[in-house]
Design a protein around this ligand. Structure first.
Ligand SMILES: Nc1nc2c(c(=O)[nH]1)N[C@H]1C(S)=C(S)[C@@H](COP(=O)(O)OP(=O)(O)OC[C@H]3O[C@@H](n4cnc5c(=O)[nH]c(N)nc54)[C@H](O)[C@@H]3O)O[C@H]1N2
Ligand SMILES: Nc1nc2c(c(=O)[nH]1)N[C@H]1C(S)=C(S)[C@@H](COP(=O)(O)OP(=O)(O)OC[C@H]3O[C@@H](n4cnc5c(=O)[nH]c(N)nc54)[C@H](O)[C@@H]3O)O[C@H]1N2
Ligand SMILES: [Mo]
Length: 696
């Protein structure tokens, strides 16, 4: 329970300015960063009274997030002080196919027993051990810093962290050379904004503020999304294309840019590689063909192309929703080429933003996770998106050893990974040894042998980058760890000690990790004083080309439309049995599967719903509000039907991501998704999924 003295900020000048609280007790304000997997990475202002966090607000002085917080994160104290928060280590006492029963144990016992089991497995083959983690916290320290060291030293299997963004990430890298794009505030100056595969109001609120500012100043906003989202409601136009057809739409737009000669020939000649090849492909995508593939009208395609070519500066806010299909990588490549063809990049308010995370790469310390601790030992890589299949695989020369142990942190794979019937069967294997570091008894923790209570963002130190803006943020611990919870870094340090790993890397405390996270050119003093640090970057990054690719050009070579695995046009026999295309985007008040157990937020979302058009409901004799079964050959789950104008005919929306155990029949939307991978980046295809729906 001892916090390092600097973490308490007794010397913080903010202290002096803070008035006494309602109760008369002095209150402290601590600088924080929202840890969640969201492009916004908000700067937080955390108010502490009598050792307890009473308020979490945005920091008004932080330009990128300007003091506004989403509903979810303003409930952070409710989540942290939740009655079901895990406060002690737990050990499972019954079989995994039964409802879980755990007994409370002490930390010494937990660490000793876990280290013993891992050591025994590692003595046979350390690659039988797999870490499983994602972005429950995006912090560099509580993410992979100490965990990476631990698994490198152990020689465990590596995890390919593909579950969210790797198709789009690989596509940006193939096209621009890195995950880079426009700066967020410049959207306020755009004249046209295409909000493409992004429900920004729900999932990227601070971008929306800038887009709204542009709208007030006369910009046109167009939303390109199969679902009529809250964001589509606020745009001038909504184009409800069929899921997975974005690449075709981009080619159709290029067709019109060529036909009307709306091209910036000079920019193309100097800064684009492979234009002739792309031009030939685009000429085959007439507005009529494009419209037929995308489920739009030819006039919608023509009108969008005209707007894109004639309203300048034109900006595209792409988000990861549109790359969760077989052709997601190619679709991102084609869309990312659009601003290179019109020269939109010449203006700082033109271009495209999918991710800004590549801007941080030159500043980060790549050695934070200490790859040298692996000491040349082999490392097989398991794709986190196929964990269902991989847990059920036997040892083989191709695959390597059977997975015998899983250490899960910052993720809830049993709820979020595709094709849950297989994921659950894998986690239920009686011979699998599973340790889960968590705040709550999630669906994944329910299938653990040991559950270790982890600290939340209010209780530990961390440093953050962002994939939406270009600032580095500090998160100081505001209060001592609750109960017996421990930070991920501390847990991995203690496991390392118990396993006899005595390299100096395991003696680094969080303050030392903080100093190592970035290269020397980041001023930590300034960061701690202000709460954030803005990277020194060019205003209009590609006005003169200079993409971070090997040639310095944007690369169009090889980019082409790839149709879905599952759609009416690409799989007609399957579509005859399962005619509805299902997407499963986030519910506004959940953050993936996080916050689903926070009552005030769950009360807003109600229960797991499926949105369906009136036409599709009538055709099936289904009524609004009734319990339905969503199914295909992989599985089925029950939820409430919402007959809704948000759904177009032929497409249904299973809003996510519910904890399975809170679902109507103990399952969620991933019961029906599959484990096939995207064309680039080996990512899952959550939104490339055919289903049928019937009364439950
Ligand atoms: N409130 C909230 N915010 C979040 C999240 C959350 O769960 N809740 N998740 C966070 C995470 S993990 C991420 S990765 C980011 C980004 O997360 P994203 O998953 O990109 O989130 P959205 O902005 O909702 O974008 C998805 C949008 O894409 C649409 N869509 C689905 N399929 C297609 C398609 O084929 N084409 C097109 N054009 N659109 C399609 C969906 O209808 C939805 O409106 O947001 C983060 N922010
Ligand atoms: N069908 C469908 N499935 C999807 C998606 C979809 O749109 N549709 N979206 C996908 C996307 S974009 C993503 S990013 C993934 C997200 O999948 P995950 O990264 O697994 O995200 P969460 O479900 O939010 O689970 C994060 C867990 O980390 C825990 N956690 C948070 N902070 C800490 C910490 O400091 N220490 C420890 N030990 N634990 C912590 C939280 O309590 C939470 O249970 O899901 C994917 N799955
Ligand atoms: Mo994500």
């Amino acid at each position: 329970m001892n916090l390092p003295p600097q973490a308490l900020h007794h010397d913080d000048p903010a202290l002096a300015r803070t008035p006494a609280s309602r109760t008369g007790a002095p209150s402290r304000v601590v600088k924080g960063a929202c840890p969640h997997d969201c492009p916004d990475t908000c700067a937080l202002r955390i108010t502490v009274e009598e050792g307890k966090v009473v308020k979490v607000q945005g920091q008004p002085e932080h330009p990128s997030t300007h003091g506004a917080l989403c509903t979810k994160v303003s409930r952070y104290p409710e989540r942290t002080y939740h009655a079901e928060r895990l406060l002690h280590p737990l050990k499972r006492v019954n079989a995994k196919h039964e409802p879980p029963r755990f007994e409370r144990i002490g930390w010494d016992q937990a660490i000793a027993e876990i280290a013993g089991r891992l050591q025994a497995i590692a003595a046979r083959d350390p690659q039988a051990i797999l870490p499983y983690s994602y972005a429950g916290t995006m912090g560099l320290l509580q993410g992979e810093a100490m965990a990476g060291r631990f698994f490198n030293r152990l020689g465990a299997s590596c995890l390919d962290r593909t579950i969210c963004a790797s198709a789009g990430g690989a596509a940006l890298a193939a096209t621009y050379g890195h995950k880079v794009g426009m700066h967020l505030p410049h959207f306020a100056e755009s004249r046209l904004i295409l909000i493409w595969g992004s429900n920004s109001i729900a999932s990227n609120l601070h971008f929306w503020t800038f887009a709204n500012q542009a709208k007030r100043e006369g910009a046109k906003l167009v939303c390109i999304d199969p679902r009529k989202t809250e964001t589509a409601d606020k745009c001038h136009q909504h184009l409800a294309l069929l899921p997975g057809t974005d690449g075709a739409l981009a080619l159709g737009l290029m067709h019109e840019l060529i036909a009307h000669d709306w091209l910036d020939h000079d920019y193309i000649a100097r800064h684009v590689e492979g234009w002739e090849e792309l031009r030939t492909k685009a000429l085959a995508w007439t507005p009529e063909r494009t419209a037929a593939e995308c489920g739009l009208t030819a006039d919608e395609v023509r009108g969008l192309a005209r707007d894109y070519a004639t309203l300048a500066p034109a900006a595209i806010r792409l988000n990861y929703g549109m790359q969760r299909v077989r052709g997601g990588g190619n679709a991102v490549r084609l869309i990312a080429l659009l601003p290179c063809l019109t020269g939109a990049w010449r203006h700082r308010a033109g271009g495209l933003l999918l991710s800004s995370s590549g801007w941080f790469a030159p500043f980060k310390n790549p050695a934070l996770e200490r790859p040298e601790l692996r000491a040349g030992r082999p490392s097989r890589t398991i794709n986190m998106s196929t964990i269902g299949d991989d847990l059920l695989r036997e040892a083989s020369p191709d695959f390597g050893p059977r997975i015998e142990a899983l250490v899960v942190y910052n993720s809830n794979p049993v709820a979020v990974a595709p094709e849950s019937p297989k994921v659950v069967a894998g986690f239920q294997r009686p011979d699998l040894f599973t340790v889960v570091l968590e705040h709550f008894l999630t669906d994944t923790a329910d299938l653990a042998d040991y559950v270790l209570p982890a600290t939340t963002q209010l209780e530990h130190l961390d440093i953050h980058t962002s994939y939406g803006h270009t600032d580095v943020l500090i998160n100081e611990p505001a209060v001592a760890p609750l109960g017996e919870s421990r930070s991920n870094t501390r847990i991995f340090r203690e496991l390392a000690a118990a396993m006899g790993f005595d390299e100096p890397a395991f003696h680094d405390d969080d303050e030392a990790l903080l100093r190592q996270a970035f290269r020397d050119d980041i001023d930590l003093g300034q960061l701690r004083e202000r709460g954030w640090f803005k990277l020194p970057l060019k205003e209009a990054p590609f006005a003169e080309g200079g993409f971070p690719s090997a040639s310095g050009k944007a690369d169009a070579r090889g980019a082409d439309y790839v149709a879905n695995y599952e759609s009416r046009s690409s799989a007609p026999a399957l579509a005859a049995r399962y005619p509805l295309a299902m997407i499963s985007p986030p519910a506004r008040n959940h953050l993936n599967s996080t916050f689903v157990n926070v009552k005030s937020l769950r009360d807003i979302e109600g229960e797991q719903v499926l949105e369906m058009s009136a036409a599709d409901a009538t055709a099936r004799g289904l009524a609004d509000g009734q319990l339905v079964r969503v199914f295909n050959d992989r599985g089925s789950y029950a939820c409430r039907l919402d007959v809704s104008a948000r759904a177009r005919e032929g497409v249904v929306h299973g809003l996510g991501i519910w904890w399975r155990k809170l679902g109507a029949d103990g399952r969620n939307v991933n019961e029906v998704t599959h484990q096939r991978l995207t064309d680039m980046g080996r990512a899952p295809c959550f939104y490339d999924c055919l289903v049928e729906v019937a009364a439950a």
